[in-house]
Design a protein around this ligand. Sequence first.
Ligand code: AMP
Length: 115
Amino acid sequence: MATIFTKIIKGEIPSDIVYRDEQVTAFRDIHPQAPTHVLIVPNKEIATVNDVTPEDEQLVGHMFTVARLIAEKEGVAESGYRLLVNCNRDANQEVFHLHMHLFGGRPLGPMLARR
Ligand code: AMP
């Protein structure tokens, strides 16, 4: 069954797409946690970081190039931003289609909540 992100990539579910090419699609998170909150998603379904293979290295590197372009486009490159990838249960991964979060537009605080 297609993931919700594949449905977005195919245009079957509405989304606010900010970038797309033959390898990745980037769209605004539906529940933004910062003024800029974009998800950078490979068009190919990869469930988690645990499923990334050496064949995916170019694609995963491309996700960073796209992150850089989006950060510039969103005006957060100089002020700064955070890239984050969750994997599985302890990281609260909700959507099992690899994606990189790009957060920016305000001071983001410490990397992890203190407990
Ligand atoms: P993660 O916890 O890393 O798996 O994050 C999944 C993210 O996908 C969450 O921040 C959700 O708000 C976001 N999300 C879920 N459904 C949609 C959707 N239809 N459009 C945009 N973002 C979504």
